[in-house]
Design a protein around this ligand. Structure first.
Ligand code: OGA
Ligand code: NI
Length: 359
């Protein structure tokens, strides 16, 4: 399927989860009730385990500190595919402002937000579902999706005009976080044994993509029956998540368990997406994650996606394809690839698995 025949509209009327949440009744519609095996109680490791925390200050320190930071990141990519970074260079005030501005957006009256309602064609704007399968079981969240890069897709008029600072804050946030992603891409490239530019070049060099999904998880009267976001791996290259500073909810799959991330204030949660799994020829793997909701607190998170240029074939970089390690994945453009999740919604790692080269 190509971009040109992607669907124009949703298969059924969109229901804002926030409006369900505001009814203050103690049940949820059947459409949000997950099958037993997907509910939040399954296999949660409820202890102090957390994803690795890495101080990026070492990257600009002496050679020894830098080497040690690189090796911590390498281990985190190998063992977890998920880690938190602190001293990353993005201002804490900007991070708070970005999250709180978006919280205000979601607190505005429904009519105000409706003018930005999105469609499955581009996903840009205010949305309440992923995927277009009629009758699908839905997630307990609303979101706002927007593009930063390439510049040809960036259109601030599609961003909320209210609250008044929204466009400006969003713009600055995107610039800073994209810069940080560029730094991390170099680190990952070096850690894979490549020249520092190779991974970014595999993404299309100057023409990389970047977009953001602001997730709004309203309070839920029956959190044990549903999920804020179903299990998925991120389809793009790399994700930098700014979590709610007050409310946990993100869970990461580690073997057969789910681990709840304990977010540090002003940290970014970094994770490897499917496109880096492909480019790295499986040396790094994207990791499944999901979001649980709760009955007494809403949660707001900002997921920043750093992606390859969307119309070039993405395949394992040639330096990582060897006689004893043939290319594990067949080439696909990111435009084509992201149709999987846009049509079917989140489904674990099934999308990237389907790219495996026939043996
Ligand atoms: C996402 C995501 C996690 C969160 O938007 O892809 O995984 O905590 N978000 O909101
Ligand atoms: Ni995700």
């Amino acid at each position: 399927m190509t971009k040109n025949n992607s669907p124009q509209d949703w298969p059924e009327p969109i229901v804002r989860v926030q409006s369900l949440s505001e009814r203050s009744i103690d049940s949820i519609p059947d459409r949000y009730i997950k099958p037993l095996s997907d509910r939040p109680s399954s296999a949660v490791l409820d202890d102090d385990t957390n994803i690795p925390i890495i101080d990026l200050a070492g990257l600009s320190g002496d050679p020894e500190a830098r080497a040690s930071t690189l090796s911590q990141i390498s281990e985190a990519c190998n063992e977890w595919g998920f880690f938190q970074i602190v001293n990353h260079g993005v201002s804490p005030q900007l991070m708070d402002m970005a999250r709180e501005t978006w919280r205000q957006f979601f607190h505005m009256p429904l009519e105000e937000k409706q003018q930005y309602a999105n469609s499955p064609k581009t996903y840009e704007g205010y949305g309440s579902r992923l995927g277009i399968e009629k009758g699908a079981i839905l997630d307990w969240s609303d979101y706002y999706f927007l593009h930063y890069l390439p510049l040809s897709l960036k259109d601030c008029n599609k961003w909320p005009s209210q609250p008044p600072s929204c466009r400006e804050v969003c713009d600055e946030y995107g610039r800073e976080v994209a810069k940080l992603c560029g730094r991390l891409m170099k680190v990952l490239s070096i850690n894979l044994g490549l020249e520092e530019e190779v991974l970014e070049r595999g993404f299309g060099g100057e023409d990389v993509g970047a977009c953001m999904r602001v997730n709004y998880y309203p309070k839920c009267p029956r959190p044990e029956l549903t999920l804020g976001l179903s299990s998925h791996s991120d389809p793009g290259g790399m994700t930098l998540l700014l979590s709610d500073d007050q409310v946990p909810g993100l869970q990461v799959r580690k073997a057969h368990n789910w681990i709840t991330v304990k977010p540090l204030p002003h940290a970014f949660i970094v994770n490897i997406g499917d496109q880096i799994q492909v480019l790295s020829n499986g040396n790094y793997k994207s990791v499944e994650h999901r979001v649980v909701v709760n009955s007494n607190k809403e949660r707001v998170s900002l997921a920043f996606f750093y992606n390859p240029k969307s119309n070039i074939p993405i395949e394992p970089v040639k330096e990582l394809v060897k006689a004893d390690k043939p290319a594990l994945y067949t080439a696909m453009t990111f435009d084509e690839y992201r149709l999987f999740i846009r049509l079917r919604g989140p489904c674990g790692k099934s999308h990237v698995e389907s790219l495996k080269s026939p043996r």
